[in-house]
Design a protein around this ligand. Structure first.
Ligand code: ZN
Ligand code: ZN
Length: 429
């Protein structure tokens, strides 16, 4: 038995099967031609072309390579659907027939391999498919649809760049912002929750200053290597000793650089670290503790000057609006068989998707779509080896195209119609 939402979604999604070969071609093309963050020219061109062909009013070059397509279809709410487009400096090892063999030049001028190791190519294909279907099926809904293809998610700059470029001045203010990510879970299944969905992430660089000297004359030095080592060890106590067992955070030192030669005590040491947190108060305490420890270790060493602490990037915590999250969850449970819709915990991954809702002060909902072959996932689950499935950012990350592709198109259409669908538009928020 289908309700009115089900009928609307069924009507809009009817041509999906016929559209799949074209969407698959778009997906494998984008996969084979990945582009680094803020360099997504080709991908943005494909997205813009696709939206124009579907009848959208298209603006390209928003915040660099961002693309916005707007479809006005009568009175009603405005829904913004967002996909990110960037790839990563990873050498693809999947062996897929459409694997990337490309290199690119990064911001520092280095030539690096490029791969869609986070699945943003799938996100592009999902949004392209949903945008086309909603345009074709416009008789089934009323309102305004904005399809946003965002650059630079992996560097936490794309959403900000689009907002700074006037996204919220030049385009209609949405009533809700919807986004999704492919991840390791059974393909065809969807997971989400209300409340916190993605962690806040902060990357910092700590530059420690010492005094260089000959390795045989430590008394002439203030050794930044020892200072850095003590700092790294002491940083471990933040999570272990300063947070309660009920609070969660991650402090990972991912890079530690000092010196060039065994008999030269260097002048400086550089620490790069990453923090994940799920609570603004915990986040602030962790960041304060890092600054306190870095300064105190430098002082303990007698450093000539205090360390320089710089923020490299910062992702806001992703929080799904309670009421909008419920509405999305209900629409999924109406449309999909119950076994395909799951309530998940928050993930320690981070996203700049949250920036849009924060800037506009409107509800946002983000969810996950499985991309792992269901049999592979079931076998790994049974043997307790889910962590062995190559996950996002792995050189072996390879979502199966079906049914991942169709599921992500369905979720976007179904969720958008929870606001735009006739008979649902007037439903209480
Ligand atoms: Zn990623
Ligand atoms: Zn991603």
């Amino acid at each position: 038995m289908e309700n009115r939402l089900g009928q609307g979604a069924g009507q809009v999604l009817a041509p999906l099967k016929q559209m799949l070969p074209a969407l698959e071609a778009l997906y494998t093309d984008v996969h084979a031609h990945p582009e680094l963050s803020m360099q997504e020219h080709r991908t943005a061109g494909l997205a813009a072309e696709h939206l124009r062909a579907a009848g959208y009013d298209v603006t390209a070059g928003v915040g660099g390579t961002g693309v916005v397509g707007v479809l006005r279809n009568g009175p009603g709410p405005t829904v913004m659907l967002r996909a990110d487009m960037d790839a990563l400096p990873v050498k693809e090892m999947t062996g897929l027939p459409y694997a990337s063999t490309l290199d690119a030049v990064d911001r520092e001028g280095r030539t690096v391999p490029v791969m869609h190791a986070c699945g943003h190519d799938m996100h592009v294909a999902w949004l392209a498919g949903a945008a086309s279907l909603l345009a074709q099926g416009r008789a089934a809904w009323s309102g305004t649809l904005a399809a946003v293809f965002q650059p630079g998610e992996e560097t936490a700059e794309g959403a900000r760049a689009m907002l700074d470029d006037g996204l919220y001045k030049h385009f209609p203010k949405p009533d809700v912002i919807l986004g999704q990510h492919v991840m390791v879970a059974s393909a065809g299944e969807v997971g989400g929750r209300t409340g916190t969905i993605t962690s806040a992430a902060d990357s910092l660089q700590i530059r420690l200053f010492g005094r260089g000297a000959h390795g045989s004359m430590p008394q002439a030095s203030i050794d930044p290597v020892v200072m850095a080592a003590a700092t790294v060890m002491r940083l471990q106590t933040i999570v272990a000793r300063e947070l309660s067992p009920n609070e969660a955070a991650v402090v990972t030192v991912g890079s530690l650089q000092a010196g060039t030669k065994e008999n030269v005590i260097p002048d400086e040491a550089l620490i790069k670290l990453n923090v994940r947190s799920y609570d603004p108060k915990v986040r602030q305490r962790v960041l304060d503790a890092i600054a306190r420890i870095a300064n105190a270790e430098a002082a303990a060493s007698g450093a000539p000057r205090p360390p320089e602490i710089t923020t490299l990037d910062s992702y806001p915590m992703g929080v799904n609006d309670d009421s909008a999250g419920e509405r999305v969850g209900n629409s999924f449970r109406d449309y999909f068989p119950a076994a395909r819709v799951h309530r998940t915990g928050p993930t320690s991954a981070s996203e700049d998707f949250g920036s849009f809702g924060q800037a506009w002060q409107v509800p946002a909902v983000f969810w996950f779509v499985g991309g792992t072959d269901p049999d592979t996932y079931a076998a790994a689950s049974a043997s307790g080896e889910i962590n062995k499935i190559p996950s996002n950012h792995s050189p072996y990350f390879a979502p199966v195209i079906h049914p991942t592709l169709e599921t992500g198109v369905e979720t976007l259409v179904v969720a958008a119609l929870a606001w735009l669908g006739k008979g649902t538009a007037a439903a209480p928020a």
